[in-house]
Design a protein around this ligand. Structure first.
Ligand code: DAH
Length: 358
């Protein structure tokens, strides 16, 4: 019993002297843990007589209770002290200047897309969209590109694995299938632009496997090549912000238009830079034409009643031309240095694209 009293005062003194929560925990383990001093005595109870068990057992339980209550009191005291020290040390100076927030940039492609959408919205065009994974009918056949047509080979198409029915879906090679989807789901008059991602197995300084196009489609009862020329001219002037831009419509061939043309803009390439406007050089920027009657028929529109025109161009290419970016690949590499250099500051004004996505 005397030993027990000694042990008690020793442990209680240890508790009293503990300076940190971790020493307190060590003390608890050394007294009440599996191999603790009090635990060892409790294990010995088995060897004692019933009478001794009663007195010694009761005293041991009393000791355990005393130790626990001292431990709890000390723990509360140490926790309160730790909190007070932290509160005292955690002062901060409210007069210090604020760290500047990192400011994002608008990607040149987003910027160009917004500019284009604003220009066409002003001419009463709506935005249309279509899927990236297309079928053969919308990407080729309905655009008058039948199975053996050489244009299919020119597109370097990414094909998916054939499905159970043997159909091979593909990644759309141009935005033109959106024309088909629009004509099949809406009634003329139609006036849309369809910007979006397109895919071809192609890669060099001016080609990436994923790129962007913008498609235009107008269908009505009296649509002529004059409307096509007027629309493209208005767009080119507004987009490049030049009034006296030279343009030429060069005869060309697309399976889905007849007649077809490619639009060149006059520019100056002489000083290692592209300047749209003056100069004696030409750059091709847009493919276009009057809708082929067969395409109208595929979409269940009567070619004797409706005519229309379509155009398509590379969005990335227009961005490169307008903002003087020589290489297309960094567009999609997410290099912050490039984005900071070529990106645009966000103005806090609502834009068409912002309005659309909301
Ligand atoms: N889809 C064509 C391409 O990817 C571009 C094009 C040319 C679209 C003429 C048109 C068009 O709508 O009329 O090369």
């Amino acid at each position: 019993m005397q030993d027990l009293n000694k042990l008690k005062s020793k442990i209680l003194a240890e508790i009293k002297g503990a300076k940190t929560l971790s020493t307190l925990e060590d003390i608890r383990l050394s007294a009440l843990g599996k191999k603790g001093r009090v635990t060892a005595l409790l294990k010995e109870l088995g060897h004692l007589s019933a009478e001794e068990k009663k007195t010694f057992g009761g005293a041991l339980n009393q000791l355990k209770g005393d130790i626990n209550s001292d431990l709890n009191a000390k723990r509360e005291e140490l926790e309160a002290r730790a909190l007070n020290t932290q509160l005292a040390e955690d002062k901060f100076d409210v007069t210090l200047p604020v760290e500047p927030e990192p400011e994002g940039r608008i990607h040149p492609l987003t910027q160009v897309l917004e500019e284009m959408m604003e220009i066409f919205a002003a001419m009463d065009f709506k935005i249309a969209e279509g899927p990236h994974i297309e079928d053969d009918f919308h990407n080729f056949t309905a655009l008058n590109i039948p199975p053996e047509h050489p244009a299919r080979q020119m597109h370097d198409t990414f094909y998916m694995k054939a499905d159970q029915g043997g159909e091979r879906k593909l990644l759309r090679t141009h935005t033109s299938p959106v024309q088909i989807r629009t004509m099949m789901s809406q009634k003329p008059p139609i006036r849309i632009i369809a910007p979006g991602r397109t895919f071809r197995s192609d890669s060099d300084a001016t080609h990436t496997p994923m790129f962007h196009q913008i498609e235009g489609l107008v269908i009505d009862e009296f649509t002529t090549m004059g409307h096509l020329k007027g629309t493209i001219e208005a767009f080119v002037k507004a987009f490049f912000e030049v009034d006296d831009v030279k343009m030429r419509f060069r005869p060309s061939y697309f399976p889905f238009t007849e007649p077809s043309a490619e639009v060149d803009v006059g520019c100056d390439l002489s000083k290692g830079q592209v300047r749209i406007g003056g100069g004696n050089d030409w750059l091709e920027i847009i493919g276009c034409g009057m809708l082929h009657p067969k395409v109208l028929e595929y979409c269940n529109l009567d070619p004797n009643k409706y005519q229309g025109f379509a155009f398509g161009c590379g969005l990335d290419r227009l961005a490169m031309l307008k903002y003087g970016m020589p290489d297309l690949r960094p567009f999609f590499e997410s290099d912050l240095r490039w984005l900071r250099h070529y990106g645009f500051r966000a103005l806090d004004i609502p834009t068409i694209a912002g309005g659309l996505s909301r």
